[in-house]
Design a protein around this ligand. Structure first.
Ligand code: HEM
Length: 356
């Protein structure tokens, strides 16, 4: 028979706070808050890893049934809510003043968030490319045991890879002579031409020079065309400008363009939730950085980094799903969205609508 505190292992959990300041004979009241805050973060990281793990397993398959997409969506949304909760949770630790923190900070050396193995597992599991990492030597902060555990926990596909694999299988993009990308290219080129005309007309009316704006539109057009040509796309991949495969990129455009078609609703919402996930992880980084600058100003971290400056850079540079976010540059307004061939449009309806 289960008993509340046994079931929750409260004996272990509630006896797992051991302030260093007590051990040094100089008890610092706020160290308990500091420990419990970190522990609760780590507990939530554990839940996040469980959710992300199941999403990867569901998507990393040769065929992903529609019902599983709905489940993946629910799980990613849960992760997003947890991360938002954690972003808000920083206000708790901010009830500790920088002065109170100084009372026990020295005892923490050289322990640091650098040694949060779950955070490192999460970063790798999401699929942060190693070449964008600000701290190339992050493994050095970990114990031998944790280095092995990190490698073991992350030797499977990343969320990025799983999302890419799923996108690559999205059907409906081609049928007979129809290919989505051909129709879409015509629509976008017409839209950009229209943008050029508008920019020039406006500049003439206001007596301004339209060159800079037209140069920007030209650059957008080149970027857009490169998505459709295998060779140019390979160059984008080689230069690091894009990471996601061409097929997955085109599928993202397709889903985003026809998101109102019933069968694409859930896939679209899943992509949206993934973009949101990237956002909440960045928000976590920013929020942590703001809290850190308030607590220690411009001091170096206990883990030896430059502190605020290092953390700010991780927030700016270490994004995973930029490929999805950046595609917004190439979305067209609904009035110029190319019509789908009737056969594909029918297949994208729910079964009962298609029959009616
Ligand atoms: C007074 C509160 C805190 C201060 C002053 C602080 C300070 C820092 C600093 C300076 C770093 C950079 C590494 C270093 O040189 O040590 C860091 C990293 C980190 N901290 Fe905190 N931190 C605090 C609270 C927290 C909390 C509550 C968490 C929650 C788990 C956390 C998690 C992390 C993680 C995961 C990293 C690694 C970030 C990365 O390398 O991308 N920190 N922290």
């Amino acid at each position: 028979m289960a008993y509340y505190s046994d079931y929750l292992a409260l004996d272990v959990l509630l006896n797992a706070q051991h302030p260093e300041s007590d051990k040094h004979g100089k008890p610092a009241h706020d160290e308990m808050l500091f420990i419990i805050t970190h522990q609760t973060f780590e507990l939530w990281f554990k839940q996040v890893l469980v959710e992300v793990g199941t999403v990867i397993t569901s998507l990393n398959r040769a065929y992903v049934p529609e019902t599983d997409i709905a489940l993946c969506l629910a799980r990613v949304q849960r992760v997003n809510r947890i991360m938002e909760h954690l972003v808000n949770q920083f206000t708790l630790i901010e009830t500790m003043t920088p002065g109170d923190f100084m009372d026990f900070r020295a005892y923490l050396n050289p322990a640091s968030g650098f040694q949060s193995i779950q955070w490192r597992i999460l970063e790798r599991t999401l699929g942060i490319p190693e070449n964008v990492r600000v701290n190339k030597h992050y493994m050095d902060a970990l114990s031998e045991e944790h280095r092995t555990a990190l490698d073991d926990a992350t030797n499977g596909p990343t969320l990025f890879a799983a999302i890419q694999r799923w996108l690559e299988q999205i059907p409906f993009m081609e049928s007979g002579k129809y290919a989505f990308w051909d129709a879409y290219k015509v629509a976008v080129l017409a839209m950009l031409e229209n943008d050029r005309t508008e920019v020039r007309t406006l500049a003439v009316a206001e007596g301004n020079d339209p060159t800079a704006a037209v140069v920007q539109i030209d650059a957008n057009e080149r970027g857009f065309l490169a998505l459709f040509e295998a060779e140019s796309y390979a160059e984008l991949l080689a230069s690091g400008a894009r990471r996601m495969s061409q097929r997955a990129t085109l599928a993202t455009l397709f889903i985003s363009t026809y998101r109102d078609k019933p069968l694409l609703h859930t896939p679209y919402r899943l992509l949206d939730a993934i973009i949101e996930l990237d956002k909440v992880v960045s928000l976590w980084r920013f929020r942590h950085t703001l809290m850190v600058s308030r607590m220690i100003g411009m001091r170096v971290g206990t883990g030896g980094s430059s502190g605020h400056d290092y953390l700010m850079q991780t927030a700016m540079k270490q994004r995973v799903f930029d490929d999805l976010t950046s595609l917004s540059s190439f979305l067209v307004p609904s009035h110029v969205t190319p019509e789908l061939p009737a056969e594909i449009a029918t297949r994208l309806q729910f079964v009962n609508e298609a029959k009616g």
